[in-house]
Design a protein around this ligand. Structure first.
Ligand SMILES: N[C@@H](CCC[C@H](N)C(=O)O)C(=O)O
Length: 291
């Protein structure tokens, strides 16, 4: 048994076990991730985030050694290119553990490429989410999704946020509530690397702070974690799909309601910015099984 220091945190209730490992000394593997994320036998979380400096990574060549890398793992022990809510919690974790000053916006590395984190004060963070790509579809759809509790099969739009997403528009909040996401939705064509599936209901537009904002409510089934209470990359994918479907004149700012709270997505040219809270809940040590 080895004692491992951890922090537990969440962003709109998308929750993570965080490990501070600047020199790359923690031997993180799928088995250890599954153990840490186990809600009965471990700590519990939708994923694990390890904060490691590029200098402590074999794959860190090409990055300045002091650059922070967000090593993100899903609860099932797979890795992902990017996690938006995780990035905000990662920012709060870097402030707490490394004394990082994030007021000016700090670049960090992910498997999906460089991203930025900026503290907005009051426990809120803005993430520069990098480039996106909305599926090539003249009628707004490029795929189909089948899910339990939803009849018939629905058209969907793929959005690449560094990690893969498929967004489905539902008619009303009743349809959203009736969904059973205990099983993964089926997506056609089958995405080669799996996907995260968002179901979204448009709730209208409002004027606030001199800008037009869209409002939308979503639920998500995440690749590697199942249904979660929020997904930051998913919220960006939903905002982009909504704007695509709404056409000319649609807002660039979307308030996205998720089961665990609310985040805001700003579409800025070919990139998005995700704003929302991050909370560090607890710290401790966990005995990890040998091997
Ligand atoms: N919850 C995250 C996304 C985490 C990764 C995802 N499950 C995947 O496999 O791509 C977010 O907030 O973006």
């Amino acid at each position: 048994m080895t004692a491992l220091a951890f922090t537990k945190g969440h962003g709109t209730e998308n929750d993570f076990v965080l490990l501070f490992d600047p020199h790359g000394q923690v031997d993180l593997d799928p088995g250890l991730v599954r153990y840490l994320c186990d809600r009965r036998a471990g700590i519990g979380g939708d994923g694990v985030i390890r904060a490691v400096r590029a200098g402590g990574l074999e794959a860190g060549a090409g990055l300045a050694p002091a650059t922070w890398f967000m090593d993100y793992w899903n609860a099932d022990g797979t890795t992902s290119e990017m996690c938006g809510n995780g990035a905000r919690v990662f920012g709060a974790f870097l402030e707490a553990e490394a004394g990082e000053e994030l007021g000016g916006g700090t670049e960090f590395a992910t498997r999906g490429g460089p991203r930025t984190v900026r503290s907005l004060g009051g426990g809120r963070y803005a993430i520069g989410m990098g480039a996106y790509r909305v599926g090539d579809a003249t009628d707004g759809f490029d795929s189909e999704v089948a899910a339990r509790g939803l009849e018939p099969v629905r058209p969907a739009l793929s959005v690449d946020m560094g990690n893969p997403h498929h967004v489905v528009a539902l008619a009303d909040v009743g349809e959203l509530a009736a969904l059973d996401l205990t099983e993964a939705p089926e997506v056609r064509p089958v995405p080669p690397h799996g996907t995260n599936v968002e179901f979204a209901v448009a709730l209208g537009y409002e004027e606030r702070d001199g800008e037009t904002r869209g409002r939308v409510r979503m639920r998500v089934h995440e690749r590697g974690s199942g249904e979660t209470r929020s997904c930051g990359t998913g919220a960006c994918a939903v905002a982009l799909a909504m704007r695509t479907w709404a056409g000319v004149g649609a807002p660039d700012v979307w308030d996205v309601e998720v089961p665990g709270g609310e985040v805001t997505v700003r579409i800025v040219g070919g990139t998005t910015v995700l704003e929302g809270p991050a909370v560090l809940v607890a710290t401790g040590t966990v005995e990890t099984p040998a091997g």
